[in-house]
Design a protein around this ligand. Structure first.
Ligand SMILES: Cc1cc2nc3c(=O)[nH]c(=O)nc-3n(C[C@H](O)[C@H](O)[C@H](O)COP(=O)(O)OP(=O)(O)OC[C@H]3O[C@@H](n4cnc5c(N)ncnc54)[C@H](O)[C@@H]3O)c2cc1C
Length: 481
């Protein structure tokens, strides 16, 4: 397992647990500052509830269920909690390798920040002063304001499917299927279909394309258009507000600290490095078997694993055909995220390039005494973040003089317990698959950001789904008492 994590992080040596990263160029990092998680090992073989997966969905479900007085076992495949969030450090400064940005308008995450007394801080480049962008194959540089205005107008047009800026089709962001029939028409389209249909001029298309590509973290042809309407609705139908919610503020103490505090609050049994291989449902409960051969029984099970690896847990009897299809197709989020340390001081800068550039979007994350640390995103398969030279070549299309001093990141797509990044649905999945994916079957409940109703694909969605699953499990067990 440690080898797998090291491979995913592209590191030359592994520091273990919640320890920090070693830059891909061999620049050593420091251990992250999260509290050590409190681990109480399994003390029995039968529980009221077993939760599979210690990401934020599993942590929220575990805490709420354990606090109701139910006996609970949390089984986690990796040797750390937090799932697709992973707080680490680069040369002594905290970085987030996975989920990073949050916002006070994300109700579930803000509740946790308040509950555990955490703070927020801002990413400087998210309010960039200068931008570089590629259009018509040429590099352009300028002040951010006017360029951002063009992008905002283009996005408004892209999402205006009803003459009301998308407000008719997806009026309630936390109830995305409120106008399911109206949405289904648009859900049949990919982002690429919608882009082609608008016949935008070259410059507008080249400015809009990076935004769409980072959102779905893949090729536009793979990604459903309906999820863009959903983000637009979550972002109050406004580009600036949407971007502020997606990429500006982060938890000062780090995602790892929030995860550790939630686990400490659970007071439940926990087994790390214990991947679940199978769940067998019976009339009176389920038997959960781990890859190491341990078996545990529970009256109810919460599956809180990512959609892209759900199919790796053998379910008997088989889950519904709808769930199997969603698990087989998976979501599109499979691209790259990495941090690039460059020698140049570029200020609060953002760079963007249309698909199929290996770097879609990159911006200043830390202004340092010895240069700049950029955070950088791209589609899958186009940039090997373990190859510093390749990263430098790609970055020079946007910053021709960039001298790369170090690169660090985590290869979420390689990791067998995520096989991807944040969730973005394919065409048809929102109106055709979400409801069935969420449905509990005979004491097995589904949780996870990838099937949340509101901020699906975000930490907020993970918390929402965990809290919802806990509520449903409590009602189910009460009904069977
Ligand atoms: C690079 C990246 C950037 C992101 N940026 C943001 C952002 O800025 N803001 C934001 O809000 N969100 C962001 N996200 C998304 C966010 O991190 C996720 O949506 C959220 O953390 C998912 O939580 P979860 O609990 O649903 O799933 P996960 O966090 O994936 O947790 C699932 C857990 O299940 C475990 N598991 C898997 N298989 C098994 C098995 N067989 N047995 C036992 N355990 C298993 C996994 O190891 C994992 O710990 C980002 C994600 C990535 C990867």
């Amino acid at each position: 397992m440690e080898e797998m994590e090291a491979k995913a992080q592209g590191r030359r040596r592994f520091l273990g647990g919640l320890a920090g990263s070693v830059g891909l160029a061999g620049v050593p990092g420091l251990a992250a500052a999260a509290s050590e998680p409190v681990i109480r090992k399994p003390g029995r073989d039968a529980y009221d509830v077993i939760v599979i997966g210690a990401g934020f969905a599993g942590l929220a479900a575990s805490r709420d269920l354990a606090k109701s007085g139910l006996s609970l076992l949390l089984l986690e495949a990796r040797n750390r909690i937090g799932g697709r969030t992973f707080t680490s450090a680069y040369q002594g400064k905290k970085i987030e390798l996975g989920g990073t940005w949050i916002h006070w308008s994300q109700p579930y995450v803000w509740n946790e920040i308040t509950r555990y007394g955490l703070g927020i801080e801002e990413s400087p480049g998210a309010a960039a002063e200068t931008v570089s962008w590629i259009s018509g194959g040429k590099l352009h540089n300028g002040k951010a304001g006017p360029v951002w205005e063009k992008i905002a107008k283009a996005m408004e047009r892209f999402c205006n499917v009803d003459g009301q800026g998308g407000r008719e089709v997806l009026p309630l962001a936390h109830d995305p299927l409120f106008r399911k029939e109206a949405l289904a028409r648009w859900d049949a389209l990919s982002l690429q279909d919608r882009l082609d249909a608008l016949h935008l001029n070259r410059e507008t298309r080249d400015l809009l394309s990076p935004q769409l590509s980072i959102n779905c973290h893949n090729e536009l042809a793979q990604a459903g258009f309906a999820d863009m309407l959903r983000w637009w609705s979550l972002g109050d139908f406004d580009m600036n507000r949407m971007f502020d919610k997606l990429g500006r503020y982060k938890i000062r103490e780090g995602m790892g600290e929030l995860a550790a505090r939630m686990l400490a609050d659970c007071g439940c049994d926990v087994a790390l490095s214990e991947p679940v291989a199978a769940v067998t449902r019976h009339e009176d409960g389920s038997v959960v078997t781990t890859a190491k051969g341990a078996t545990y029984r529970a009256r109810a099970v919460v599956m809180a694993v990512p959609l892209n690896v759900l199919k790796n847990i053998r379910m008997t009897p088989e889950p519904s055909a709808g769930k199997q299809k969603m698990a087989a197709d998976g979501h599109t989020g499979r691209g790259t995220k990495c941090y690039i340390h460059i020698k140049q001081k570029v200020g609060n800068w953002m760079g963007m390039a249309p698909h199929p550039s290996p770097i879609t979007l990159t911006w200043t994350e830390q202004q340092r005494d010895d240069g700049t640390l950029l955070v950088c995103f791209g589609p899958p398969g186009l940039l090997d973040i373990t190859d510093e030279e390749a990263v430098q070549t790609a970055l020079r299309t946007l910053l021709p003089k960039a001298e790369v001093l170090g690169v660090t990141g985590y290869q979420w797509d390689v990791d067998p317990y995520s096989r991807g990044t944040w969730c973005w649905y394919r065409p048809g999945q929102l109106t055709g698959g979400l409801q069935e994916l969420r449905r509990a079957e005979q004491g097995v409940f589904m949780a996870g950001s990838d099937q949340a109703e509101g901020w699906r694909g975000f930490v907020d969605g993970a918390l929402e789904s965990g809290i919802t699953a806990a509520r449903d499990v409590r009602a189910y067990l009460k009904g069977r008492a």
